[in-house]
Ligand binder design. Structure first.
Ligand code: ATP
Length: 593
């Protein structure tokens, strides 16, 4: 059973940051105290003008108290400015203290639960910061002083106090009604609108396919369904809120007259002076202002609270990883023992009891039909997806004992879908390392056989490749991705279909690079369908249905699955014809059989 109390008590970077920012509470409280005290300036001025100055006809008193009021109001303005600056800086400090942790959590989340849309958390944090630095927070600072103004109204005359208290209760009730009526629709609308925004973002990534296959209308229909629902719910929330706000406006307008009416009545009865009548109306306004502002800012408050809850939930679901001890640089002995693994959040095992050992300096080719589990194995071999049971060890240490940042320096990975990042080619090859050594970049590019291609570009290594490397062809992207994997002479490489987009020259460069790395003692595991690469490997692992079907020296294993002469052929045949696990192409039994 989920222990909600324990979950609530759990600390995240948010709570830690809030604790660190607590030192702001005392000064904000003190500033708020004096600001609210100084708010009595104008009613007291009115009182003096009506009851003293007009009575005594004393211009000197008028000048003196007017000057005094100017000084006090300037002081209040200065205090308000300080308070606001303090809050702005606290908002920024909170952001600075949390953004690193949130940023990392987003990426952990993207691996563990990609469907959860963790990237929203940074936008949510903006919402929280905007609330903390905007007018919303001032309402919270001033609200505790409202009772003081009500008490002063009572002191001036019990009827003033009673009217102000009644008004405060009515306005507060309206605020609560506003919250109760609009909370759920606003939350629903916000959730749906996030979903619809990520649907659009995802669709724009596939805009070419949408256009080519005339899928635009279908996708638009789906988006419109979601968007219309957002509009409907938002309209419902606004309708409800509109009714409450109209009621509020009536209460406010009527009260202005009512308090003056009451004041006039009490003045006629000679229970108060005319000055008190004006002062009471101002003080009542001050008492009700924070409550009214709270109603006005309710939406922002709810929005910020929802954003805060989402960020916190994301942080709780994607907890920080403990700092691990730095292990020595890996030699590259990979031991896979009885690994069972599924996709993040998935229940079905994709790898089912996979075991094998790779010695440092060995080059392994992993083959198998589509959906055999090759890419899953690649991810598990690098600890991207954790094994549900069994273990993957590098030099005897389990994957979870390696600090990913440190291990990454010794690892080269070429995923099947090569995602390059927005930046220069050099940045991408150097993995965005700060102060990367240009020699290392050029060496990686040369090994990947891409140096000449890069230098042929107008801006050479400084060529901007755009989001996802969109300004490069598929083959160019793959070769730059390969150079990135080879950067820094990694000890351990996992390459998922490294040659799927390569031409003959690219494949030859790849084979050369792998042999050079292997000669330097690197361990290389390459998932491949193509025979050209297999001709360079030491051992072959055949995987099918998530299980290892064969593992051993290349020739011995391939002899079971292909005609031996096919292995040595160059240039490679068309991609689909040379799959050694493709029974039709090889004329031998399917590997899965
Ligand atoms: N992110 C994922 N979520 C759920 N299931 C997944 C995910 N990725 C892969 N699978 C499932 O795992 C199985 C193996 O997929 P995997 O990508 O590892 O195969 P593969 O051998 O690399 O295939 P291919 O040669 O076509 O790339 C497939 O049935 C696939 O549906």
């Amino acid at each position: 059973m989920v222990n909600f109390a324990a979950l609530r008590a759990q600390r995240t970077v948010l709570e830690d940051a809030i604790t660190k920012c607590r030192d702001v509470i005392a000064p904000v409280f003190i500033f708020s105290f004096f600001i609210n005290l100084l708010l009595f300036t104008s009613p007291l001025y009115m009182l003096q003008v009506y009851d003293r100055v007009l009575g005594t006809q004393s211009v000197e008193t008028l000048v003196f108290i007017t000057l005094l009021v100017a000084v006090l109001m300037l002081t209040m303005t200065a205090l308000e400015t300080f308070r606001s600056r303090l809050l702005v800086r606290t908002g920024i400090r909170l952001d600075l203290l949390t953004n690193g942790g949130i940023f990392e959590a987003i990426f952990r989340m993207a691996i563990r639960a990609p469907h959860m849309g963790g990237a929203q958390a940074l936008r949510d944090m903006d919402t929280v910061r905007e609330f903390l630095t905007g007018p919303g927070i001032l309402v919270l600072c001033d609200a505790p002083w409202a009772p003081v103004f009500i008490v002063v109204c009572f002191i001036m005359h019990p009827l003033f106090g009673a009217l102000t208290l009644a008004a405060a209760i009515v306005i507060f009730t309206l605020a609560v009604m506003n919250e109760v009526y609009t909370r759920k629709p606003l939350q629903d609308a916000s959730r749906l609108s996030i979903k619809s925004a990520s649907f659009v973002a995802n669709s724009t990534r596939n805009a070419e396919a949408l256009r080519a296959m005339g899928m635009m209308s279908g996708v638009r229909r789906l988006w419109k369904l979601q968007h219309n629902e957002v509009l409907r719910i938002q309209a419902e929330a606004s309708d409800r809120s509109g009714t409450v706000m109209a009621g509020l406006k009536f209460v406010r307008m009527f009260l202005q007259s009512a308090i003056l009416g009451l004041g006039a009545y009490l003045a006629i009865k000679q229970e108060i002076t005319p000055g008190s009548m004006i002062a009471a109306s101002i003080i009542m306004g001050r008492a009700l202002q924070p409550i009214e502002m709270a109603v006005g800012n309710w939406k922002n408050f709810i929005g910020a609270r929802g954003a805060y809850d989402r960020v916190r939930a994301m942080l709780l679901q994607s907890p920080e990883e403990a700092k691990l001890l730095d292990l020595p640089a890996p030699e590259g002995r990979i031991t896979v023992q009885n690994v069972i693994a599924s996709a993040p959040g998935g229940q079905t095992a994709i790898l089912r009891g996979v075991s094998f050992v790779v010695e440092p300096g060995e080059l392994i080719g992993v083959i198998g039909p589509s959906a055999a589990g090759k890419s899953t194995l690649a991810r598990v071999l690098l600890g991207i997806w954790p094994a549900a049971s069994g273990s993957v060890r590098i030099d005897g240490a389990e994957m979870k004992q390696w600090d990913p940042e440190r291990l990454g320096k010794f690892v080269g990975y070429l995923p099947q879908d090569i995602e390059l990042f927005d930046g220069t080619i050099a940045d991408n090859i150097a993995r965005f390392e700060d102060g990367a050594d240009p020699e290392k970049i050029v060496r990686a590019a040369q090994m990947a056989g891409v140096h000449d291609m890069i230098t042929s570009f107008k801006d050479g290594y400084n060529t901007q490749i755009g989001i996802g490397g969109q300004s490069l062809s598929g083959g160019q992207r793959q070769r730059v991705g390969l150079a990135r994997a080879l950067y820094g002479d990694p000890r351990y490489l996992v390459l998922d279909e490294p040659n799927s987009n390569l031409d003959i020259e690219g494949e030859a460069a790849l084979a050369r690079a792998l042999l050079e790395l292997k000669a330097n003692g690197a361990t290389i595991i390459a998932m491949t369908h193509r025979l050209q690469l297999l001709s360079a490997v030491d051992k072959v692992l055949v995987i099918n249905g998530g299980e290892v079907q064969a593992f051993g020296p290349r020739d011995a294993v391939l002899a079971q699955y292909t005609r031996p002469q096919v292995v040595a052929q160059t240039p490679p045949p068309a991609p689909n014809d040379d799959d050694p696990t493709n029974a039709t192409a090889t004329g031998t039994p399917d590997a899965s059989a």
